[in-house]
Design a protein around this ligand. Structure first.
Ligand code: NAD
Length: 264
């Protein structure tokens, strides 16, 4: 079978454990011949990420807190010591105070608004700034978003506002970097049970709702996000940039599910 990422080098950011969306993506990249590097946030995650990286043949595991410029610089300095070129990056990072991922958006605080935008939106731009300098033969950058950017979803609140800004950044970055052969896209994933998702109020109910109302009548898996990521990160996606690609069992197209309507 054809290996879609043979000879390609990619940095995966946002791996916390084997439930992470980043893990679904990393597995497909490795299976298709990519050489991978990983970044993790904080010492506590190091012992989780190292064995996962090793299982995919990677010994490049570097610390990075995306809220600090110095930490981002250190990550890319560390990466440049190992690699002279980068072909793709995956940004699977988001954060907000979980007390504000329930209740009303209108109650969002200034501090949490700024922090959520910094970690969940600006960090993608900050990463792409640095990655682009290493993408000397073109490249592909991918981030993760959610339908709460486009429509009001319960409890998503400030994160929905942040994802809307993230999706807009994908379009601006795509235009800026297209002339250097660098593509920038997002996957809008349906709800998946992960560490980050467990902070969202009524998440089990949201998953059930999606299962009952999406065209495929089920939820999506990390693995399915991984397969679509492979397309956007590899040459299969060579004509695609600035795109928000939904991997959500079709949920985003539904206005109202067909029902056996009573006579009225
Ligand atoms: P996850 O908890 O496995 O991953 C989130 C990651 O963000 C963690 O690895 C965490 O360490 C990292 N992170 C948070 N703050 C950071 C910081 N300051 N510096 C560096 N890293 C930081 O959860 P996930 O669901 O796999 O999340 C990955 C992405 O997918 C997020 O952007 C999330 O919003 C998005 N997403 C998730 C779902 C879902 O239902 N799980 C749906 C759509 C989009």
């Amino acid at each position: 079978s054809t290996k879609l990422l043979e000879g390609k080098r990619g940095l995966i950011m946002g791996l916390a454990n084997d439930k992470s969306i980043a893990w679904g993506i990393a597995q497909h990249c490795a299976a298709h011949g990519a050489e991978l590097a990983f970044s993790y946030q904080g010492e506590a995650l190091k012992k989780r990420v190292e064995p996962l990286a090793a299982s995919l043949g990677s010994d490049i595991v570097l610390e990075c807190d995306v809220s600090a410029e110095a930490s981002l610089d250190a990550l890319f300095d560390g990466l440049a010591k190992r690699w002279d070129r980068l072909d793709f990056i995956v940004h699977a990072i988001g954060f907000s105070d979980k007390e504000q991922l329930r209740g009303r958006y209108v109650d969002t605080t200034r501090d949490n608004f700024a922090m959520t935008m910094d970690i969940s939106v600006f960090s993608f731009t900050a990463v792409v700034q640095r990655a682009a300098r290493m993408m000397t033969e073109g490249g592909s950058a991918l981030t993760l978003t959610y339908y709460g950017a486009e429509r009001v979803m319960p409890h998503y609140n400030v994160m929905g506002v942040a994802k809307a800004a993230l999706e807009a950044s994908v379009r601006y970055l795509a235009e800026d970097l297209g002339k250097d052969g660098i593509r920038v896209n997002a996957i809008s994933a349906g709800p998946i049970k992960t560490l980050a998702a467990s902070g969202i109020g009524d998440f089990r109910y949201i998953m059930k709702w999606n299962e009952l109302n999406s065209p495929l009548r089920r939820n999506v898996s990390q693995d399915e996000v991984g397969k679509s990521a492979l397309y956007l990160l590899s040459d299969l996606g060579s004509g695609v940039t600035g795109e928000v690609h939904h991997v959500d069992a079709g949920y985003h197209v539904v206005g109202m599910k067909a029902v056996d309507a009573p006579d009225i």
